[in-house]
Design a protein around this ligand. Structure first.
Ligand code: GLU
Length: 376
């Protein structure tokens, strides 16, 4: 079968690369601890489950409005300044929102600046839209604003900002976002802000969003998700906040791609928004404690910059690589020897590192680091 060039040019998502191997190992009776795919270990909150069940029982099983339930979009818009339901489109996770954004803003040859390391799907999504990712390294995981400025050229269409960052957990300060905003205005660029982890900011800091800067809202598309906040990864509900014209264009595309997101899942998401924030706050505190535990465990094993948000450590494993060994080889070796799965840095565009998800039970974190320490 002759496959299109477009699809031949991409690989499957690398965050899932060890899932089949882990399943095989478990089948053989091996004890496997996954610190690979990024998903909170918490249960989906009861009010979300109850509302989803009630929606199913009430036959909320048919098509709904293509950009998302009006009630859901209205509730989301109410949380943002100067935002209306027409600015919100609900997608099957923020992953599909991001895919749709690049389809909406890129013409062939358009460039999107992406700070490195970066989440595995950005580059494939840009390429699938006919665009070209232009990678700009970060400095100690923070934006290198001069390098981003220097990377802007006549084909640049957008700058992508992901804070808190996946895979590094870096949180960008407001001053840096302001400089990015100025670059976008000066060069007439779009800004795409992936804020899937916006609630998970630690050390008493408050999250800062590009949306907080009114001067860029007309050129900004923000994506957020229910997956991580509410432990609803399998519901596949995320959304984009966009200028009305862009939101309408994304909705047109959505109407051909999937139509609405699963109707009863959207009712679950709506219930999540009416929950008391106390549960979320407790979960953030729990994750901060896990971060500190993971940092204490990794100390002396791999150098690692302290993440201010999200739920990942991006550890430097160069001191433990064999000759010619890549981070992919290293992660495979560790999985084979210890049963602990991590995602290699090469999948995020920076070799010599591994991403460790610390949103796992504390006993699993302790056991995983013990096993790695023993083997190394
Ligand atoms: N965003 C999560 C991760 O990076 C979920 C998996 C994915 O969609 O890539 O692990």
């Amino acid at each position: 079968m002759r496959l299109s060039q477009r699809v031949r040019a991409i690989e499957g998502s690398r965050t899932a690369r060890f899932i089949p191997l882990m399943a095989e190992m478990r089948k053989k009776g091996r004890s496997v601890i996954s610190l690979a795919i990024g998903e909170p270990e918490f249960d989906t909150p009861q009010p979300v489950i109850a509302a989803t069940q009630a929606a199913l029982a009430g036959q909320q099983t048919r098509y709904s409005e293509i950009p998302g339930l009006t009630a859901l979009r209205t509730a989301l818009a109410a949380r943002l300044e100067d935002c209306r339901a027409a600015n919100i489109v609900v997608f099957n996770g923020s992953k599909q929102a991001l895919y749709t954004i690049f389809q909406t803003i890129c013409d062939p040859g358009d460039q999107v600046i992406i700070p490195l390391p970066c989440w595995v799907s950005f580059s494939a999504q840009v390429r699938l839209a006919g665009g070209e990712p232009v990678f700009v390294p970060t400095r100690d995981h923070q934006l290198d604003l001069d390098a981003i400025g220097a990377a802007i050229g006549e084909h640049t269409r957008a700058i992508l900002i992901n804070s808190p960052n996946n895979p590094t957990g870096a949180v960008y300060p407001r001053e840096d976002l302001e400089r990015i905003a100025r670059l976008a205005v000066d060069h007439d660029l779009y800004l795409v802000a992936d804020e899937a982890y916006d609630f998970f900011v630690y050390d008493g800091r408050s999250p800062v969003s590009l949306y907080d800067l009114p001067a860029v809202r007309e050129r900004l598309v923000v994506t957020r998700s229910f997956s991580k906040h509410y432990a609803m990864t399998g519901f596949r509900v995320g959304y984009a906040v966009a200028p009305a014209e862009a939101a309408a264009a994304m909705t047109r595309l959505h109407s051909h791609l999937t139509g609405n997101v699963c109707t009863f899942a959207q009712h679950g998401a709506l219930a999540a928004l009416s929950m008391d924030d106390e549960l979320l706050r407790q979960r953030r505190i729990a994750l901060e404690r896990k971060r500190d535990l993971a940092l204490a465990q990794i100390d002396g094993l791999f150098p690692c910059i302290r993440p201010g948000g999200a739920f990942y450590l991006f550890a430097d494993v160069r001191g433990h690589l064999g000759p010619q060994e890549t981070s992919g080889d290293f992660a495979a070796r560790i999985l084979e020897k210890t049963g602990v799965a991590m995602v290699p840095g090469e999948d995020f565009g920076v070799d010599g590192h591994v991403r460790i998800c610390f949103a796992a039970p504390e006993e699993d974190l302790l056991e995983a680091f013990k096993r790695i320490r023993e083997v190394l």
